[in-house]
Structures are given as structure tokens and as C-alpha cells.
Design a protein around this ligand. Structure first.
Ligand SMILES: [Zn+2]
Ligand SMILES: [Zn+2]
Length: 250
């Protein structure tokens, strides 16, 4: 339509400026985990860590896991995901990440819904901090009044579970909202490293009655020091981020 203004035009421009260091997750395949898009064994479609989570949670994990981009340790996106919540965060970095997340949800919420087998979301939440951070979670603060169409679920970290525990723990979080029976929850986080925290949050939501949970994360952490990542790093090396696709686009 001539003269139609894309309300997301400014956000698209912001994200386009980040394209040279963002990387779309690879499609699931043998050797690429369909959950986290990290390396799996050569014949496997699920990595060992995601497999452990699935078993420990007795399948009460996120129905869809959707990383927006890989975040390679030592590179710019991984840096941004740490810097946005530092003591003196850069406004520039925060604006970049907020635009990346909101534009992704605007463009691909239908893909995420399809992947999680839901018609629409009823609630939204973020994975809580477990490292003794005081006050509002930085991602929740960044989102502010955006996504205000949804009620937010209050998830709290259980202080009896050690914050630095890397494995999945079923009691790591508790969902406080009383009205979660049958809920479809959009669960947001900044970084997926092992996925243990995200899956523990999904587990807590399901224990509280949620029927479907989809996790959208800004960055799938990549550790180039681990040899298993090498084929993935080679495949994404010269592939700047494309806004028009997503990890569950197909
Ligand atoms: Zn995995
Ligand atoms: Zn999509």
C-alpha cells in the first residue's frame, strides 16, 4: 500500500545494524540439537545436556525453545548480553537488545506459537536471576511496559538451591501466580548456556498448571573453546543475521 508506514521500521533499522554479528540458529539436523541448536553427537538430534533435562523433568520442559541468535563467547552479542545488565549499562546496548527482542516477537510470534502448539499466549515471564541480584530482573526492567497486553507471572528462585548449580533442579524456581491452570506462557531469557535454568523455569510453570511453555532467548551461548562447536561456527561464519527467518520458521 503506497504510503503505508511500517511501525517497526526503526526497530528493523536497529536490528539491521546488528546483523553483522548476530547469527540465526541452524536448522535441527543430526549433529545439531533440535532443542538448543548446540552440538549433538554425529548421529543424534538432541544433545546430551538437553536429553538430561528432559529426563530429569520427566518431559515437563519448554514445548518450544527458540534462540533468536547465537552468542559467541568473546564476540559482540555475548558481550552485549552481559553488558546490558552491568552496573553501568550502555543505553546503546540496551536499545539494541530491546529492539531485537520486540521485533522478533512482532515478526515471529506466530512461528513460536505454532512450534509450541498454542493459539495465543496468556502470560509472559522472565527466568529469574539466581545470583543474588537485588530488585527487578534486568530483562524485565528492559521490557518495561512493552508486552503489557499479557499478565506477568511471578517466578521466584528458591534460595535452598545453590545459585551456581549448573544441572537442572526441579525446585530451582516457584511460580507464584495462582491462575496458571491451562496457561500458555511465553518465557523469556537473555542467554541460554546449558539451558538448566530455562528448563527449570518451564518446569515450575508447568508444575503450577501451565499447559504450554515456549522459551525465547536472545542468545544461544557458544563456547568456541569446545571443539564440538567447530562445525556450527564454520557454518555460521559468513552468514549475517536475517530478520525474515527464525529458529522455528519452517
Ligand atoms: Zn541441546
Ligand atoms: Zn519465524
Amino acid at each position: 500500500m503506497p504510503g503505508a508506514v511500517d511501525p517497526w521500521g526503526a526497530a528493523r533499522g536497529r536490528v539491521a545494524q546488528q546483523a553483522y554479528y548476530l547469527r540465526n540458529p541452524l536448522e535441527p539436523a543430526p549433529g545439531i540439537c533440535y532443542v538448543c541448536r548446540g552440538p549433538a553427537g554425529p548421529e543424534w538430534t538432541r544433545c546430551y545436556t538437553c536429553d538430561q533435562h528432559l529426563k530429569a523433568a520427566q518431559s515437563s520442559v519448554a514445548d518450544a525453545v527458540v534462540p533468536i541468535s547465537y552468542a559467541v563467547k568473546g564476540q559482540q552479542h555475548a558481550h552485549a548480553l552481559a553488558a546490558y545488565k552491568s552496573t553501568f549499562p550502555s543505553k546503546e546496548v540496551q536499545t539494541n537488545l530491546l529492539n531485537l527482542l520486540l521485533l522478533f516477537l512482532a515478526d515471529h510470534h506466530g512461528c513460536v506459537e505454532r512450534a509450541a502448539l498454542v493459539d495465543t499466549w496468556t502470560h509472559v515471564t522472565v527466568v529469574p536471576s539466581t545470583r543474588g541480584r537485588q530488585g527487578e530482573h534486568p530483562l524485565r526492567a528492559l521490557i518495561g511496559s512493552h508486552l503489557r497486553a499479557f499478565p506477568w507471572v511471578q517466578l521466584t528462585a528458591n534460595s535452598r538451591v545453590p545459585a551456581d548449580l549448573r544441572a537442572f533442579h526441579p525446585d530451582r524456581f516457584t511460580a507464584a501466580s495462582p491462575d496458571l491452570v491451562g496457561a500458555h506462557v511465553l518465557l523469556l531469557d537473555d542467554t541460554w548456556t546449558t539451558g538448566a535454568r530455562v528448563q527449570a523455569a518451564a518446569y515450575a510453570l508447568k508444575q503450577a498448571g501451565a499447559s504450554r511453555v515456549a522459551a525465547v532467548v536472545l542468545g544461544r551461548h557458544v563456547n568456541p573453546g569446545y571443539g564440538g562447536w567447530k562445525p556450527i561456527l564454520n557454518a555460521i561464519k559468513d552468514q549475517p543475521y536475517r530478520q525474515e527467518i527464525c529458529a522455528v520458521h519452517g
